[in-house]
Design a protein around this ligand. Structure first.
Ligand SMILES: Cc1ncc(COP(=O)(O)O)c(C=O)c1O
Length: 410
């Protein structure tokens, strides 16, 4: 089957609803992409099917040839997954989206689908550990060169550009130190050399930051985080213009197979309906908690993008609508004290996930960033006393009381 034909098939039977693009975000979040079956269900239907049947052999042939719209196999496309993809695209203001089984599948596919041996990628060094593995371990095995830069230092991006640079890749705010990178400045540098900017927008979520409005070409998400938002399912998404999705992403996903399960897509669709409300309330809670923690004598540092003591708070205010639901802080007494503090919490759970309705806290040096060498960890500012708190939807007064009593015991 030709690539053009494959792409037509992968789009499935769901046509774009022109009016949905004009809706305001709250309406898009609840209704975007919805495609009712003949039963007229109010809630989006869960099409838990791997395959599709055809009325005739001719129909099968035509769908495979891309001459007729329709689904052919759920590794390529599925009606429930397509509803999730369309809703994501509307909320991001992107032409198109493709869903993946996890956030890491989205990151991996977004990079591998466009890079070849001999290409060069520049990445901000302050990244989630698995993203660093893709950049500095996986890609070089296939002949892709890489350079890490201090993402906040724009001169370093410019200096790292080479004639074979194809991609600039960053995360802002970064995990776990909440560094803020100037999206517009990096996009301009990338575009000056005909490279693309890929942004992992997990920490801000689609609610608080729209990287494409600052020039990003591709946005990736772990839907496992705020998009589900209730700790149930893994998922991911890649968003871009229609050309990039059709020419690079769709066929790569179709052939390599990291498809999102229809069940998970259905859960994510429900998650999107309340994401805006959840993320804004969690951010309000996080902002209050960051202020509450800031002057505590057992803490040496607090990182929260909205606070005046954050080194890039002005940039954060320009790029993000609110500070987000993650606050990171450092205990004066190092790992031992951080562990005592964690073990004294009674409401907030010790867990490395984030973006959940439940407040979760992790010790990055021994969990999410454990695989990095101590030298790299310290270079990234991931110190032994550092803790990353994902603030949830509980009553903020209960959270402050829990943090306060654990600090007393730590
Ligand atoms: C910034 C960032 N990117 C990507 C991922 C990967 O997402 P997933 O766990 O859904 O594969 C994570 C997960 O923690 C993350 O924090």
């Amino acid at each position: 089957m030709s690539e053009q034909a494959q792409n037509k098939v992968q789009k499935g039977a769901i046509g774009k609803k022109p009016s949905a693009k004009q809706w305001r975000p709250a309406t898009q979040a609840v209704r975007g992409g919805a495609n009712r079956s003949q039963f007229g269900e109010t809630s989006e239907a869960l099409f838990l099917t791997s395959g599709y049947v055809y009325e005739s052999a001719e129909e099968a042939e035509a769908r495979f040839a891309g001459e007729r719209d329709g689904f052919v196999y759920s590794r390529f496309a599925n009606p429930t997954v397509a509803m999730f993809e369309e809703r994501m695209a509307l909320l991001e203001g992107a032409d198109a989206a493709k869903a993946t089984a996890t956030g890491m599948a989205a990151v991996t596919a977004a990079l591998l689908c466009q890079l070849s041996a001999g290409d060069h990628i520049i990445a901000s060094r302050a990244m989630f550990g698995s993203c660093r593995y893709i950049v500095d371990t996986l890609l070089p095995r296939f002949g892709v060169e890489f350079t890490y830069v201090d993402g906040c230092n724009i001169d370093q991006w410019q200096a790292a550009m080479r004639s074979n640079t194809k991609v600039c890749f960053l995360e802002t705010p970064s995990n776990p130190t909440l560094e803020i990178i100037d999206l517009r400045a990096v996009a301009d540098i990338a575009h000056g050399a005909e490279a693309r900017l890929v942004v992992d927008n997990v920490f801000a979520s689609p609610v608080l930051q729209k990287p494409m409005t600052f020039g990003a070409d591709i946005v990736v998400y772990s839907a496992t985080k705020h998009i589900d938002g209730q700790g149930r399912c893994m998922g991911g998404a890649i968003l871009s213009d229609a050309g990039f999705i059709e020419d690079h992403v769709s066929n790569f996903l179709r052939q390599t197979g990291p498809a999102l399960s229809p069940f998970n897509a259905w859960v994510m669709l429900k998650g999107l309906e309340t994401m805006d409300l959840r993320v804004r309330q969690m951010s309000r809670n996080a902002s209050e908690i960051a202020d509450f923690l800031a002057d505590h004598p057992k803490l040496s540092k607090i990182f929260y993008p909205e606070r005046k003591d954050h080194p890039q708070h002005a940039l954060a205010a320009a790029q993000m609508e609110m500070g987000g639901n993650i606050a990171t802080f450092e205990m004066t007494g190092g790992k031992q004290q951080a562990f005592r503090f964690l073990n004294s919490l009674s409401i907030i759970d010790i867990s490395n996930n984030l973006g959940d309705a439940k407040s979760l806290i992790t010790h990055p040096a021994t969990t999410t960033h454990q695989r990095l060498s101590e030298e790299v960890r310290l270079d990234l500012g991931v110190t032994p006393g550092m803790l990353r708190l994902s603030v949830g939807l509980e009553d903020v007064r209960d959270l402050k009381e829990d943090l306060g009593q654990a600090l007393d015991l730590a």
